[in-house]
Design a protein around this ligand. Structure first.
Ligand SMILES: N[C@@H](CCC(=O)N[C@@H](CS)C(=O)NCC(=O)O)C(=O)O
Length: 214
């Protein structure tokens, strides 16, 4: 099986990169420099007409949407135990992944790209403030979910990796996250995993390559 992950530093392609690594899958990456708008190039739009990262190309088929990619990886490499087998436990993991995709992620985008939410001049700060208020409300819920626990579920799962990305990305935009102590401890635990260490090293390498071509 040939696997290619469309990857860009900092963004949510981190999640499938870590999961494929956890699974011991062989894969390569198609590195996309979003600062040069490569995700809107004709070549990339032929792969993913939505112009979004990530895409996982599986034997030539471009699978899009992070939650679908995560479920595919988990089911294809069941020995990695990335999704629980028990139907309710599995649904709990998918519930958290869906919340990351549909609840939390759009609030991050609202801060990074306020112009997409309101075109009226002078409103960017207000759009960002509303986005961060709502993001903080959701992070407070996640903090309660993680209180006294190592992972969201009884075992490490996809949900931990997706939420790790959300929390890390939120920190880049608004570094005042120290009050979410359980989320901070969770982030530190996730970062101790060899798969995440590999991702961090790879991300730094790709960032350096992109800086060289600028
Ligand atoms: N619904 C998609 C959203 C993916 C997404 O928004 N990715 C961001 C990076 S984190 C992106 O490609 N942004 C480019 C853009 O919106 O122009 C998914 O869950 O995979």
């Amino acid at each position: 099986m040939k696997l290619t992950l469309a990857f860009s530093p900092v963004v949510c392609s981190l999640v499938p990169y870590v999961l494929l690594t956890e699974a011991g899958a062989e894969f390569d990456t198609l590195n996309i420099d979003m600062s040069r708008d490569e995700h809107h190039s004709p070549e990339y739009l032929r792969i993913n007409p939505k112009g979004k990262i990530p895409t996982l190309i599986i034997d030539g088929y471009p699978l899009t949407e992070n939650v679908a990619i995560q479920i595919w990886i988990s089911r294809t490499f069941p020995q990695a135990g990335l999704l629980p087998q028990d139907p309710l436990e599995q649904a709990k993991a998918i519930s958290i992944m869906s919340w990351c995709a549909a609840g939390l992620h759009p609030k991050i985008t609202q801060q990074a790209r306020p112009e997409r939410y309101c075109a009226i001049e002078g409103t960017a700060d207000s759009v960002k403030a509303l986005g961060s208020e709502s993001l903080f409300e959701m992070l407070a819920i996640a903090d309660t979910m993680l209180a006294g626990r190592e992972w969201f579920l009884d075992q490490f799962s996809c949900a931990d990796v997706y939420f790790y990305w959300i929390f890390r990305r939120s920190g880049f935009l608004k570094p005042d996250l120290a009050r979410f102590t359980h989320c901070v401890a969770h982030m530190q635990r996730v970062e101790m995993r060899p798969s995440v260490q590999k991702l961090l090293a790879f991300e730094a390498e790709v960032k350096a390559q992109f800086a060289l071509v600028k």
